[in-house]
Ligand binder design. Structure first.
Ligand code: TPP
Ligand code: MG
Length: 425
């Protein structure tokens, strides 16, 4: 079979040129949605025996505009904007709850990454699956968890998704919302999502299975094994590589030697796409195209979202090692402020009064959820021993989508063995 060129493959995932400028594939065949390509490097400098980081390069470029979406309606833009606001303000509320001593454990933030979490999950349908990582609290909101669920989880309340057994965002819902819980071992969720896609295919369905991995986590062996497996099997994996420039205190420059993490896609023969992770429209368009490709059964897509982790690794980390000019550069590229300006000033899809009403509404919802979460009880001590082993009563294990119903005429006859069943023997 004739192999398609990189360029052709990349275009399948990257879509056609339209709107405000053509999408071009670079020399590697990676489609780049960005309207700005920052040109700087973080370098290590040793002073008085202490290592610190500095930025070299031009940080004076003007803030890029939001790229016009090829797919989103004005109403959908406003919905995504609302999710992003809820994401950010919920995390601000969590920070306060932590400072009041009401959170058990730490708090992880997705500050500066709200567009990436919310606009990507927004591209999923109800039957699609999501496997968030700890910073993707916005994705959880979009996929149907409430701020109340997340706050109660952080406070380890009896009514939280894990009934107080985990005190951060390691929870999911495999029955209603199709959300696989984050796995602490970085990279493992990729294989899990590939498996979910394979399971769905055995049940006659092609669905999109979205998960995330960081610039740090993408170095793990399981990342490569899982992505290769998904590529070979043409599974509907939508892998978002969140390049937020830091893995704990390790800068991206000390983590990998290639220029763009999207280039990893070339090694697996799948489309690779780069987006500005602070631009909700770019994130949505790339996620939508990748999800559609997944639903057509054409295989995985790797999307690199470039952005910056705007807080420390978690609440305990003041991130003193991050060079201030770099932080200031990305502060100007705030995903919510820019999206707000785009909707209110540039497009005028949201009148200033409507915007204020929307913000008030988000705050009111958060207040109700926070009050409920604070007032709800802690679990009974004896409950701690429950839920450790699956004893057959906790949840039913059955095919999610059912097996394709056999045709009425053939029903009485011995069912023909599927190719997969023969293979498994
Ligand atoms: C396989 C594995 N190695 C190390 C860790 C410890 N660890 C947890 S988070 C983290 C940093 C992750 O950085 P990155 O993947 O860039 O994600 P980010 O925190 O920036 O979102 C590390 C090293 C882990 N959980 N799993
Ligand atoms: Mg990172």
């Amino acid at each position: 079979m004739k192999k398609p060129s990189h360029k052709k493959r990349a275009q399948t995932g990257g879509g056609s040129a339209s709107g405000d400028g053509a999408l071009a594939a670079n020399s590697y065949g990676i489609v780049d949605y960005r309207l700005e390509k920052p040109d700087y490097r973080v370098v290590e400098v040793a002073r008085n025996g202490e290592v610190s980081y500095e930025v070299r390069g031009d940080l004076s470029a003007p803030v890029p505009p939001i790229r016009q979406s090829k797919y989103l309606t004005p109403k959908q833009h406003i919905e995504i904007y609302r999710w992003m606001l809820l994401n950010r303000r919920m995390e601000a509320a969590l920070e306060n709850l932590y400072k009041q001593g009401k959170v058990v454990g730490g708090v992880y933030f997705g500050l500066g990454q709200e567009a990436c979490s919310c606009a990507s999950a927004y591209a999923l349908r109800k039957e699609d699956w999501l496997a968030p990582m700890i910073r993707n609290q916005g994705s959880l909101l979009v996929k149907g968890f409430s701020a109340r669920d997340i706050m109660m989880q952080y406070m380890a309340k009896a009514g939280s998704p894990t009934q107080g057994r985990d005190a951060s965002s390691h929870f999911g819902d495999i029955v209603e919302r199709n959300v696989a819980a984050p796995i602490s071992m970085l990279g493992d969720l990729i294989g899990v999502m590939a498996g979910v896609a394979l399971g769905a295919r055995y049940q006659g369905r092609n669905i999109a299975c979205m998960t995330y991995i960081g610039d740090g986590g993408q170095s793990t062996g399981i990342f490569h094994e899982s992505l290769n497996f998904a590529a070979v099997q043409k599974l509907g994996l939508v892998l978002i590589v969140e390049n937020n420039l830091w893995g704990y205190s390790t800068p991206a420059e000390r983590q990998f030697a290639i220029k763009d993490l999207a280039q990893r896609a070339i090694a697996y023969g799948i489309p690779g796409v780069i987006v500005d992770g602070t631009d909700a429209c770019q994130v949505y368009d790339a996620s939508h195209e990748a999800s559609e490709r997944a639903r057509r059964g054409e295989g995985p897509t790797l999307i690199e979202a470039k952005m910056m982790r705007m807080k420390g690794h978690a609440i305990h980390d003041a991130a003193q090692y991050v060079p201030r000019p770099l932080l200031e550069y990305w502060q100007k590229r705030d995903p919510i402020a820019r999206f707000e300006d785009y909707l209110v000033k540039a497009k005028k899809w949201l009148a200033p009064a409507e915007n204020h009403a929307l913000i008030d509404d988000v705050e009111k919802q958060l207040e109700t959820d926070r009050n409920f979460a604070e007032a709800s009880p802690m679990p009974a001590p004896e409950a701690a021993a429950g839920g450790v082993y699956c004893d057959g009563t906790c949840h039913e294990i059955k095919p999610k989508y059912g097996v394709k119903a056999p045709k009425a005429k053939a029903a009485a006859a011995k069912p023909k063995e599927s190719k997969e069943a023969v293979h498994l023997k």
